[in-house]
Design a protein. Structure first.
Length: 292
């Protein structure tokens, strides 16, 4: 396929009323990803509320996901945390649970030098000995990694991918041009057509939990040169995503998954669960999707 990296859903983290990992809901969400024909799961990222999860709860999450996936999906764990030692513990937990790759945002809050961020990734890889997916998501981290950073690290580390979640397509073109053999996952669901058109090798996103089949179809249309069919699917997806973004991510997605019967909408503090009014808006948006 044109898209050697594949299409992965960013997984929601489902909680029980007492704030534990809801194992039954994990199974349902993983099964849902399989049913949508997706290639794998990106666990503990923004969609998974990763930065709000302690190392203990992340370890539980990774175990639960790996068990439910049962060897049939590519598993990538986002392990970034405010405390570096926690990120490293998370990476070890992912490896123990049987994840195939780890991923991390760069260290956040302080403005670190590129040299510090390189050491961060090198130490993280040494801790777990798994291939690393670098993660550029400037809208949430406030850190925009330059292309030279990706090129340098892929020379001296085992980099298995880059998750590129930015609307800067000019930078993406340069990234794809300069990389040797490292696949790029495009991460802005609203711009998947753009990301794939310039040569990204796959995609990872939150709304794949709902629209995974449509995104795969969109990619196939692009690969076969049917641009207008791809554009139509993108527009349909974006009418839905607009509602989710206006309600607020990632809780709006979690609420949609509750409506679909897959997990509880209950988020981790300090997120609030979506209001009843917003729940109704999401129900309508989901119904419209089903009408085609
Ligand atoms: O949530 C964000 C914030 N981006 C996600 C995704 O790239 C990151 C994207 O799917 C992610 O899911 C993760 O780390 O777990 C958006 O939710 C989507 O495009 C709707 O705006 O940028």
């Amino acid at each position: 396929s044109h898209y050697k990296a594949g299409f992965l859903t960013a997984l929601t983290t489902p909680f029980t009323a007492s704030g534990k990992i809801d194992g039954k809901a994990v199974s349902a969400l993983v099964q849902n990803a399989k049913n949508l024909g997706l290639d794998g799961l990106y666990v503990g990222g923004s969609t998974g509320e990763g930065f709000l999860l302690s190392p203990e709860i992340r370890a539980e999450l990774f175990e639960s996901v790996a068990e439910a996936a049962d060897g049939s999906l590519k598993l990538i764990a986002q392990v970034g945390a405010i405390e570096v030692a926690h990120a490293e513990r998370n990476a070890v937990s992912a490896a123990k649970a049987g994840f195939h790759e780890v991923s991390s945002t760069p260290p956040i809050y302080f403005k670190h030098t590129l040299a510090e961020m390189k050491d961060y990734y090198r130490d993280l890889q040494s801790a777990c000995d798994l291939p690393m997916v670098l993660y550029n998501i400037p809208a949430l981290t406030g850190v925009s990694l330059p292309n030279q950073f990706f090129f340098d690290l892929s020379e001296d580390m085992n980099i298995s991918g880059i998750k590129y979640t930015s609307t800067d397509i000019i930078q993406l073109v340069g990234l794809l041009d300069g990389l040797k053999d490292v696949p790029v996952y495009y991460g802005v669901d609203e711009m998947l057509v753009a990301g794939l058109s310039v040569g990204s090798h796959g995609g990872i996103g939150s709304t794949y939990n709902i629209l995974g089949r449509e995104y795969r179809e969109l990619a196939e249309y692009l690969a076969s040169g049917n641009l207008s069919a791809a554009d139509e699917l993108q527009a349909r997806a974006n009418r839905f995503i607009d509602v989710l973004v206006s309600v607020g991510m990632p809780t709006a997605l979690k609420a949609c998954l509750e409506i679909r019967g897959l997990c509880s909408a209950r988020p981790m503090r300090p997120f609030h669960a979506v209001s009843k009014d917003d729940m109704k808006r999401l129900e309508v948006a989901l119904e419209k999707l089903d009408q085609k």
